[in-house]
Write a new protein. Structure first.
Length: 502
RNA sequence: GGUACGGUACCCAAGUGGUUAAGGGAGCGGUCUGCAAAACCGUUAUUCACCGGUUCGAAUCCGGUCCGUACCUCCA
């Protein structure tokens, strides 16, 4: 089975054949480091983290390049506003981004190039463009001449005439045509600048990606990724610059992730409706955020809400409790559960080889993580069924359940970055976090548990139940396990009722 | 105005020509349990915004209508 990938360039899925057998080069547009990263940045990064992980799982040697734009108008503005130095701003937010991505469980990119380390590469590229007549210098600025690149607009489906009709284009007398864009900006007082053949200045935004991709992957390369809001003009301009300069294809496949929406609007800095990654990680586990994002296809817009995140948390908690159950060898408590039909279903769905094949088929189809997660949840149910009907720890059913547990952890962990690590520890962290959020006195809960255990051992059921109700009113739910042990957890909030915080 | 993408159950969501329309959340009924919880079983879309058309066959293709979102030089 071959992997099929949707390319924005062709608007269709096609079989993936890398340029070099067994190897894949990917370039993803990273952030401009002028402020904290929000969920939208996380989505893009996680999308391509999973692309990379899956291709690696399928045996490819992946080289992932994700840049940092560390010189830009917004960085300079921010520095002026804070009375700071632009390099310090860039440094601060680059470090924060790196920390956030690590916290979200992203594998570090193979290379994380910075624009300021590639100014010479950009200048060389600009020089070639001027030499070829695709760019022109005017008083220290250099512009790309869109007219010199007839294929301009192919990626976004825009026509130059229509672009020109757009009212948002800056009128700039120095440009030959309104759609031309800056490759090099002449230095202004108080702004960072580098010497160049056209005078002191700094690079335009688009040229950095062309230069860094060429430097770290060579041209052409396999996959270029980024948010769908970058299709026009950023990626369109990258193509124009790179292909006008080299005469060759730039990126073979263009992948774009969809935007995050809040109340039917795009989450963005300018609208102010964003949640930073750091804030979200204060409320939810990284894997919950990953599961939420990966629960829908990467190209679709996703509507963000705290309720939706909470649903993902519950789903993940269910999977984790199954893994933990297998780990502690909790077998055969409800032999009647599955029934005849259930037993057949179990046999069919606990064919782990088949499960892995189905998972692969989902991921092969343009990285359909939503379907892949569905496969994992079906496996979780099978594991529970097996555990329900099997009792001897060395019986076939228990062995199969353990194998299933390993498979779920392997696929989830290696490919999606969820369900990795110790299941019991995840559940405990989840409980601790939620009890803290509710302001629950854990010591008091433990005392109640002891009192109830005493009552139960004396068969004072009414007293035991009274304690259960008292705890329930505080949102604590009890689970009596085999033996004399009782574990406690936090009850799920009513779906429609807002969470009480008083 | 131009360019794309989308509208599937109570909610989220996968499915883009053909067996019972994934999965998750929520609800309800049941098994199990001292009572519970968890888990499991069953159940909640004869139907995929609406109207036409193509086809032996359509959620899926085509045309139209309505609604939503994004992009059109700040954006992941």
């Amino acid at each position: 089975m071959t992997i099929r990938i949707y390319s924005t360039l062709t608007r269709t899925k096609a079989d993936f054949r890398p340029l070099v057998e067994g190897k894949v080069g990917i370039y993803v547009c990273g952030p401009t480091v002028y402020d904290s990263a929000h969920l939208g940045h996380a989505r893009s990064a996680i999308t391509f983290d999973v692309v990379r992980r899956y291709l690696t799982y399928r045996g490819f040697e992946v080289r992932l390049v994700r840049n940092l734009t560390d010189v830009d108008d917004k960085i300079i503005q921010r520095a002026h506003k804070e009375g700071s130095e632009w390099r310090k701003i860039a440094e601060r937010y680059a470090a924060e981004y790196s920390r956030d991505m690590g916290d979200l469980g992203l594998l570090p990119p193979t290379v994380e190039p910075r624009a300021t380390d590639h100014v010479a590469d950009m200048q060389a590229l600009i020089a070639v463009l001027i030499e070829r007549g695709a760019a022109y210098a005017v008083n220290g600025d250099v512009f790309f001449a869109v007219a010199a690149f007839p294929a301009y607009g192919r990626l976004s489906g825009q026509e130059v005439s229509q672009v020109r009709a757009g009212s948002r284009i800056d009128v700039d007398e120095r440009k030959r045509a309104p759609e031309d864009f800056a490759l090099w900006k002449s230095a202004k007082p108080g702004e960072p600048s580098w010497p160049s053949p056209w005078g002191n200045g700094r690079p335009g935004w688009h040229i950095e990606c062309s230069a860094m991709a060429a430097r770290h992957l060579g041209v052409p390369f396999d996959i270029h990724g980024g948010g769908s809001d970058l299709v026009f003009p950023h990626h369109e301009n990258e193509i124009a610059q790179s292909e006008a300069a080299t005469g060759s294809t730039f990126a073979r496949i263009w992948m774009h992730n969809g935007m995050i929406r809040v109340d039917q609007e795009k989450m963005s800095k300018s609208l102010g409706n964003f949640s930073t990654i750091h804030e979200l990680l204060g409320v939810h586990d990284a894997e919950t955020i990953r599961a939420f994002l990966l629960g829908q296809h990467y190209r679709s817009p996703v509507d963000f809400s705290m309720m939706a995140l909470e649903e993902s948390r519950r789903a993940l908690a269910r999977a984790y409790s199954t893994l933990a159950r297998v780990d502690r060898g909790d077998w055969g408590r409800r032999p009647g559960g599955a029934g005849r039909a259930g037993a057949d279903a179990t046999a069919a769905s606990s064919d782990w080889l088949e499960v892995e094949r189905t998972f692969q088929a989902a991921m092969d189809d343009d990285f359909n993580t939503a379907r892949a997660i569905g496969v994992l949840f079906e496996a979780v149910r099978s594991i529970n069924r097996l555990a329900d009907v099997s009792s001897e720890a060395d019986s076939g059913g228990c062995v199969r359940a353990r194998e299933g547990r390993e498979l779920v952890a392997k696929l989830g962990g290696q490919v999606l970055g969820v369900l990795q690590g110790d299941a019991q520890a995840w559940l405990e962290r989840d409980r601790d976090r939620r009890s803290a959020q509710m302001g629950l006195d854990v010591t008091w809960v433990e005392e109640q548990l002891l009192a109830r255990a005493q009552a139960r051992s004396e068969r004072r059921w009414a007293d035991a139940d009274a304690i259960r109700s008292t705890l329930a009113r505080r949102g604590v739910v009890l689970e009596d396990r085999p033996g004399a042990t009782t574990v406690w957890g936090i009850a799920d909030a009513e779906p429609d009722a807002p969470t009480k915080d008083a």
